[in-house]
Ligand binder design. Structure first.
Ligand code: NAD
Length: 541
């Protein structure tokens, strides 16, 4: 049950309140005390029976989108049961409430819409955002906010992007036990440039093109100020903003409020953890690796920055660390002679002859690791994989683009293309691969391993900022949870079923770091783990 102490409604209102509703599991005594007598059928089910019934029905559905709708309806009816289903079946359910299915759900959001969840704030709401936030019935501890402009690798989905904050916050609860009552998904609707949506009669957002410039910045600024006024300790996670806004908003707010951008920083942390596992297998150091990124956006430059920070921490000179990282964007290899590079890319624009595309860059640089984050499906071709296998005994191959349709290669292609020698991670899930008599178990290099633990640690100690050092600590904590058995089957991350335990480790590391940096607003307790565990919500009735 929840760690919260709010008033429980009575009668029909209780059955319509997903945070308190237990449906047919209300006991005889509860039915009398809470005005439920006669409103429910007589038989009392256990939560296990309710879960079995739900899973039976879910597994009879063949279409992932139908499964998503069924799970959303349960989420809207009975949150404890929803999270019990997710937590006890995380391998099966995570792919349905998050990538890849959530991508499809966002594309079809207006068509499958049943009940609003979270808050929609539009560009027309400027001047009254604090009043709007006061309509939220509870005290928010974490807000995940998007403006829907870069949803996964699917581009501008406008207000349909709401599926992402909702999904992310479900993972906060499922993977780290953040109380769902503290979670507030928000979509800022500034319009969309997606013509298909603009002409879709069922689209839920404003029917206008995106507002940009000062009006956009005013909206964001008013939103941030209002959120801090209405929910003073709230953590604000920026999610799936387009590149041109993501970096500057992070730069603007990261030292002023408790905020982070998961696409930039969370991805970086999970990728660093994966690389730490890979070099454990290889027996190398970070600085011995040479990273070639496909993509030079939020995910890629975020990863490069954190890899550099990790190398610097190990005593490598910053310029030398940067030279271990190379980027390829839509115009080819990012090199010093290129003009018009943004600040994030310029750091990695080394003196080198231009290379037109990824295969050409690969040939000239001969990296030890290739990391895909450009949403270019199939970019790690058999030729690319063969080239990696020719120059590396254990090539590191991370195909991190989401959803599955955007992956640079499948797990099977990665192992087959490198004679089973690839140290592989993927953004969306792939099943185990049997190759040359061995079973490989690819695991998701997905920021879902990181942000729930970051949130839990930050809430528990009352962190006032989320720093780069915290993401480094989180990566190390995640990597430390990878066992020898995991490594033997080429898994670079722990199993998803272990995420709750993993998140506790990450939360400890993050809180320790907050205390070390003087960024914790709560006094340090003797038993830090105890304090963190006291914040963990348990979905059992
Ligand atoms: P972004 O828009 O910031 O960056 C995309 C980059 O890809 C840009 O640099 C662009 O120039 C480059 N690009 C586009 N087409 C290209 C081409 N043909 N060749 C080379 N480069 C090309 O987006 P982002 O936030 O960095 O996300 C990129 C992908 O990474 C998405 O699919 C997203 O889902 C995925 N991602 C995965 C995770 C994870 O946890 N696994 C986290 C964040 C992002």
């Amino acid at each position: 049950m929840s760690t919260r102490q709010d008033a429980v409604p009575h009668g029909l209102a209780l059955l319509c309140d997903p945070l308190h509703n237990k449906g047919t599991a209300f006991t005889e005594a509860e039915r009398d005390a809470l005005g439920l007598r006669g409103l429910l059928p007589p038989h009392i089910h256990t939560q296990e029976e309710q879960m079995a019934r739900f899973l039976h029905n879910l597994r009879n559905l063949s279409d992932p989108l139908e499964k998503f709708v069924a799970l959303s309806a349960l989420h809207d009816r009975n949150e404890d049961l929803f999270f019990r289903v997710v937590c006890d079946n995380v391998d099966e359910i995570m792919a349905l409430i998050y990538t890849p299915t959530v991508g499809l759900a966002c594309q079809r959001f207006g068509h499958i819409f049943q009940r609003p969840r979270g808050m929609f704030i539009s560009i027309d709401d400027r001047g009254r955002i604090a009043d709007i936030l006061r309509n939220w019935p509870r005290k928010a501890g974490i807000i995940v906010v998007t403006d829907g402009e870069r949803i996964l690798g699917l581009g501008d989905l406008g207000a349909n992007g709401m599926g992402i904050p909702v999904g992310k916050l479900s993972l906060y609860t499922a993977c780290a036990g953040i109380d769902p009552a503290m979670c507030l998904p928000i979509t800022l609707d500034v319009g969309t440039n997606n013509e298909t949506l603009l002409s879709d009669p069922y689209y839920v957002g404003l029917r206008q093109r995106r507002v940009t410039g000062p009006a956009y910045d005013e909206l964001i600024d008013e939103f941030i100020t209002a959120a801090r006024e209405v929910f003073p300790d709230v953590i604000i996670q920026f999610e799936d903003f387009a590149n041109h806004n993501a970096f500057r908003l992070l730069a603007k707010y990261r030292d002023r409020i408790c905020t982070f951008n998961d696409d930039i920083q969370g991805t970086a942390s999970v990728a660093l953890a994966g690389v730490l596992s890979a070099i454990r297998i290889k027996g190398t150091t970070l600085a011995e690796e040479k990273f070639l990124f496909l993509g030079a956006g939020e995910a890629a430059t975020g990863m490069a920055d954190l890899l550099v920070a990790a190398m610097v921490e190990q005593g490598v000179d910053v310029a030398e660390a940067r030279r271990r990282c190379w980027l390829v964007d839509s115009k080819g290899l990012v090199v010093a002679s290129r003009e018009g590079l943004n600040e994030q890319k310029r750091v990695y624009a080394h003196d080198h002859a231009p290379a037109a595309d990824f295969p050409a860059a690969l040939q000239t640089l001969q990296p030890t690791a290739i990391i895909g984050a450009a949403a270019v499906s199939g970019a790690f071709t058999p030729e690319v994989l063969r080239a990696m296998a020719e120059t590396n005994h254990r090539p590191i191959v991370f195909a991190l683009s989401n959803p599955t349709s955007k992956a640079e290669c499948t797990a099977e292609q990665a192992y087959q293309g490198t004679d089973g020698r690839a140290l592989f991670a993927c953004g969306s899930p792939f099943p185990p691969v049997r190759f040359a008599g061995k079973t490989f178990v690819p695991r998701q290099g997905n920021n879902a391993y990181i942000f729930p633990g970051i949130g839990l640690g930050a809430i528990a100690c009352g962190a006032t900022r989320i720093t780069e050092e915290m993401f480094l600590a989180a990566a190390r904590a995640l990597a430390s949870q990878v066992s020898e058995t995991d490594l033997e089957q080429a898994s670079l991350f722990p199993p998803l079923s272990a995420t709750r335990a993993v998140s506790l480790h990450i939360a400890m590391a993050v809180a320790e770091e907050a205390y070390r940096q003087g960024l914790a607003s709560k006094a340090r307790p003797k038993d830090l783990l105890g304090l963190i565990k006291a914040h963990v919500y348990d979905p059992h009735y």
